[in-house]
Design a protein around this ligand. Structure first.
Ligand code: NAP
Length: 259
């Protein structure tokens, strides 16, 4: 099925691995040219080579912290035009509310709220002019169901979610959509890193810890980044122009709500 994206350009942040890479890969498989970003140059360049080689698309790599305004400018100017923007970065560290200082909150806000807002601001008017734009923000299941000890994440992502709820309705009549994808438990380095800490505290192996995590999900498994990526590519497709302002959980049924 051709989803109408061949030859378009996407900027995908936080894309050297994990969910961001999953999105970049699925878009590349649909013939989308990419600008990908992450902080570590070596892994980013390997990812760019893999994506270009496997899919025959053009891939530019822009290394740097997505919260840095200079990096944001480089990212956007590396594409001839930005048809698709995928906002993503690492999540803030877990911890106790009482231990977080103002700087911790500012860092979380910069990474998970303000950087996406700046990038959206820079892309939105050219998207409106071209009457096509697709913006997807990778947030978290924690937006709907607070996750224990991820209070920095819960707070910062709620801010972005509120902004998207307004802005998506303002630009929908220009065929510009903005949606949030809310991952549950996906098998990525981030999830494994958290599992290592929990396993050490509970005197279990990491594999035991991952099995326990999977057992709490109705699908009885962790998600894989490629299936997250395909959902993202669909939201970016020509067929998804009537889906906007949504918070779509991809969590194997983990959020136990009726609606
Ligand atoms: P991951 O495997 O650790 O990958 C994160 C990617 O983002 C890497 O490419 C990383 O590369 C890059 N990155 C991190 N901070 C960045 C920054 N400030 N600027 C630019 N690039 C940055 O993480 P993931 O599991 O895919 O998670 C992606 C997002 O989804 C995170 O915000 C996470 O909190 C959220 N999430 C994940 C899950 C899950 O189950 N995996 C669940 C809920 C929410 P560098 O380190 O080289 O920069």
């Amino acid at each position: 099925m051709d989803i109408g994206l061949k030859g378009k350009w996407a900027v995908v942040c936080g894309a050297s691995k994990g969910l961001g890479y999953g999105c970049a890969q699925a878009l590349a498989q649909e013939g989308v040219n990419l600008v990908i970003n992450a902080r570590t140059q070596s892994t980013l360049e390997s990812a760019a080579q893999e994506l270009a080689h496997a899919n025959g698309v053009t891939v530019h790599a822009v290394a740097g912290d997505v919260t840095d305004p200079a990096v944001q400018t480089q990212l956007l100017s590396a594409a001839p035009q930005v048809d698709i923007l995928i906002n993503n970065a690492g999540g803030p560290p877990p911890g106790d509310f009482r231990e977080f200082e103002r700087e911790d909150w500012i860092k979380a806000l910069e990474q998970n709220m303000l950087a996406p807002i700046e990038l959206i601001k820079a892309c939105i008017d050219p998207m409106i002019e071209r009457q096509f734009g697709r913006i997807v923000n990778i947030t978290s299941m924690s937006v709907k169901m607070p996750v224990e000890s991820l209070i920095l994440s819960n707070g910062a992502r709620a801010g972005l979610t509120g902004v998207v709820a307004s802005l998506a309705r303002d630009v929908a009549h220009h065929n510009v959509t903005i949606n949030n994808l809310l991952p549950g438990k996906f098998d990525t380095d981030r999830l494994r890193g958290n599992a290592v800490k929990r396993a050490a505290a509970a005197q279990r192996t990491v594999e035991e810890e991952l099995k326990l995590a999977a057992a709490t999900v109705p699908a009885r498994r962790l998600g894989v980044p490629s299936e997250f990526g395909h959902a993202c590519a669909f939201l970016c497709s020509a067929y998804a122009g009537y889906i906007t302002g949504q918070n779509l959980l991809i969590d194997g049924g983990a959020f136990r709500g009726v609606m």
